[in-house]
Design a protein around this ligand. Structure first.
Ligand code: NAD
Ligand code: ZN
Length: 379
């Protein structure tokens, strides 16, 4: 089958690889129709992880079940399914409590498993023609009849819509709240969409890319095009000097050769300063235990210094981590079905799988207008 394979930093190619196949009776095999490129793929693409050459990337996957293992009962051949990026068993202590991003079985000894990702288990990704889906009865979200028509909406249920929603849950966003979101990438825009769906009164989005901020404005958020400390004054001005009720970090480590991305802890410092005393903070931007490509020594060891004193003095709360996609994807699917959520507004480019390498290069370079790339297999 054809698949997008990681070869080295900023080097991904379409190769012919052995077909994905059922390996356990609880697996299904999915023919991929859409697989997105994610900001999380850029951590690998930019060479800042230990991902091995030859890994098939792609964790935002949607497709059609073409074969089911002998122990699969709920999912049927022909079902159109969206796959949470987290691979989870459904029966360990963490999965039992809905913490499927931290499954203790799918990636023993490590926190959580995912398709096509560094240090998240031996699983191949879905930027390919076929994908093996483990624990299929638990992991497959079977989509409604309008699945084909709204494929670019439903595919966002694999990761970034639930992740943006998770950021607002960690931050404790309630109706009427003011919310500041750092990052107008796909995840930040999904956090803004989620906060507005929840009934936030005022949503402010901070970034340095006009094209992405324009999308934030289009859905009813207030864009702030300042990423140095002056964005804090802007948020204070917009919240009568008290700071936002809640804040979300949707940036994470950025490649330090992108302009303005040199200081990895800037967003955390700005967050604690721009959120009110006792306010809630949700951090879904990825910070890794090691970041060999980082520009300073502490960041290389994954040690992130931020203004903890302000965080303590203001009595703020903070939640972090990968999103438990399964905790939200069914409810968010219903919102899409009812026309109350339309996460596909971020899609800027639909490319055939063959053009994936170009998609990576342009998305990574933050070329104007490249907000979210969806790869169409078979196109
Ligand atoms: P992205 O890299 O396209 O978006 C990040 C945005 O942040 C960019 O638009 C960039 O211009 C902006 N930015 C950079 N420095 C900034 C600063 N100092 N202040 C404000 N904005 C700044 O990627 P994305 O797909 O939106 O992903 C964002 C982060 O979320 C990544 O770290 C990704 O790994 C992470 N992520 C986490 C989860 C999870 O489950 N927790 C899931 C998916 C993605
Ligand atoms: Zn992703």
């Amino acid at each position: 089958m054809k698949a997008l394979v990681y070869k080295g930093p900023r080097d991904v190619v379409i190769n012919n690889v052995p077909d994905a196949k059922i390996e356990k009776p609880t697996d299904v095999l999915v023919k991929i129709t859409t697989s997105n490129i994610c900001g999380s793929d850029l951590h690998m693409y930019e060479g800042r992880t230990s991902v091995e050459a030859g890994k098939i990337l792609g964790h935002e996957n949607l497709g059609i079940v073409i074969e089911a293992g002998s122990a699969v009962e709920r999912v049927k051949v022909g079902d159109r399914v969206c796959l949470p990026f987290n691979i989870s068993c459904g029966f360990c202590e963490n999965c039992e409590r809905g913490q499927t991003a931290f499954c203790l079985i799918a990636n023993p000894g490590n926190a959580g498993a995912a398709y096509g990702y560094a240090e998240m288990g031996p699983y191949s990704g879905g930027q390919a023609e076929y994908l093996r889906v483990p624990y299929a009865d638990f992991n497959c979200l079977v989509l409604p009849p309008d699945a084909e028509e709204k494929e670019n909406d439903y595919v966002m249920l694999s990761d970034i819509f639930p992740t943006g929603y998770h950021a607002t849950e960690l931050a404790g966003v309630k109706p009427g709240d003011s919310v500041v979101i750092y990052g107008a990438g796909p995840v930040g825009l999904m956090a803004a969409h989620s906060a507005l769906i929840k009934g936030a009164a005022k949503v402010m989005v901070v970034d340095m890319h006009e094209d992405r901020l324009a999308l934030a404005e289009k859905i009813g958020a207030i864009p702030i095009n300042k990423v140095d400390e002056s964005c804090v004054d802007e948020v204070l001005k917009l919240t009568n000097g008290r700071g936002a009720d809640c804040g979300c970090e949707c940036v994470g480590y950025q490649c330090h050769d992108h302009p303005g991305h040199e200081v990895p802890n800037l967003t955390m410092n700005n967050l604690v300063k721009s959120v009110k005393a006792t306010g809630g903070i949700g951090v879904v931007g990825v910070f890794m235990p090691e970041d060999p490509g980082a520009s300073d020594e502490l960041a290389k060891q994954g040690k992130l210094a931020f203004d903890f004193g302000t965080f303590f003095t203001k009595g703020q709360r903070m939640g972090t981590g990968q999103a438990n996609v399964k905790a939200y994807n069914r409810k968010l699917m219903h919102l899409i079905q009812q026309g109350k959520a339309n996460p596909s507004f971020i899609v800027s480019h639909e490319l055939p799988l063959d053009k994936a390498a170009e998609g990576y290069a342009s998305f990574d370079a933050r070329e104007e207008g490249w907000t979210k790339v969806v790869l169409k297999t078979g196109a």
